[in-house]
Write a protein that binds this ligand. Structure first.
Ligand code: GDP
Length: 299
């Protein structure tokens, strides 16, 4: 993860070694390399522009730290900027004051939504919670079956319910029943795996809206496949504009060598990355720590 970006940034810093101070001339070359490194990592071009402008402004500004060498100064500025775009703090899950806490999982088909629902239940169980899972994807029996397999594997409660007709009324009924079931089983969290589609469409969004109004969830997490880069960022933005998300889970970070989605999604949607998926196993979910990611990039 981020190997290429890391190497390229090091090269940009190297070009400043041995320089007496930061000047517009020596910064020009370094900024060009930083810009290229970010673009090659598939960071959103608007984010790249903002970041590079701020680095330039800070590097040539009044309050540069003269105790540091030019290369060290720029490393520090880049570090601060990366932290600024990723968010300083590790985002937390919001819990309801009156259980059950409801977590709505949104995302396109194949993004890893069902797997992530299971991973999240597993993570919450390890934290001493009692989660219940429900799939309201009434359109794809295989998706509901998959969640059942997941629930069994991690030994978490599942509300199955009955699906006679595949429509929004059934979705709403299942969600209501699941909430009731969670309460009567003493489960303090209900994770709702919603329908996945290949593309965003009005029906999907209407149904998500219905669920949001009905359940008043504490969290609406958008699950996005990091390997799809800027497509993940664009769909996150579209979901956020229509639904107001509370956070993002970026999956398949283990296979994403470039890292562009991770470095753009918060800046584009305003929503924090709360978790990252780093493998197919149920324990391969980590809370997102911006400082560790920046450490990985800058060494
Ligand atoms: P859904 O259609 O969004 O529910 O997606 P699934 O949960 O079925 O996941 C699609 C595929 O991605 C499955 O093969 C998962 O094992 C895989 N997957 C999900 N998350 C991760 C991850 O973090 N890393 C890797 N390597 N694979 C993942």
């Amino acid at each position: 993860m981020f190997d290429n970006l890391s190497d390229k940034l090091q090269r940009a810093f190297k070009s400043l070694r041995g320089q007496g101070k930061l000047t517009p001339e020596n910064m020009e070359e370094a900024l060009r390399e930083i810009r290229l490194a970010l673009l090659e990592a598939d960071v959103n071009f608007k984010v790249v522009k903002e970041v590079v402008d701020r680095i330039q402004y800070k590097a040539l500004g009044e309050d540069v730290m003269t105790a540091l060498s030019p290369a060290e100064q720029v490393v520090k500025i880049v570090r601060d900027e990366l932290i600024a775009i990723l968010g300083k703090d590790t985002a937390k899950v919001k819990f309801a004051s009156q259980p059950p806490t409801i977590i709505l999982m949104a995302g396109l088909q194949g993004s890893g939504k069902t797997t992530t629902s299971g991973k999240l239940a597993h993570w919450l169980k390890n934290g001493g919670h009692r989660p219940m899972l429900v799939s309201v994807d009434v359109y794809r029996p295989a998706a509901r079956e998959q969640l059942k397999v997941v629930a069994q594997a991690i030994n978490a409660k599942l509300y199955e319910g009955k699906v006679e007709e595949a429509n929004t009324d059934t979705v709403v009924r299942l969600a209501k029943e699941a909430r009731r079931e969670a309460i009567s089983n003493g489960c303090n969290i209900l994770i709702v795996d919603t329908a996945g589609r290949l593309h965003i469409d009005d029906q999907l969004m209407d149904e998500m809206q219905h669920l949001k109004t009905l359940l008043n969830p504490q969290e609406i997490l958008f699950v996005a496949d990091a390997m799809t880069g800027q497509d993940a960022v664009n769909s996150a933005k579209e979901f956020h504009d229509k639904l107001t998300l509370t956070g993002v889970v970026l999956t398949k970070m283990d296979g994403d060598a470039r890292g562009g989605a991770a470095l753009s999604i918060r800046q584009v949607t305003g929503q924090p990355i709360k978790f990252i998926g780093v493998g197919e196993k149920y324990d391969a979910l980590e809370p997102f720590h911006p400082d560790r990611i920046v450490g990985r990039i800058l060494g």
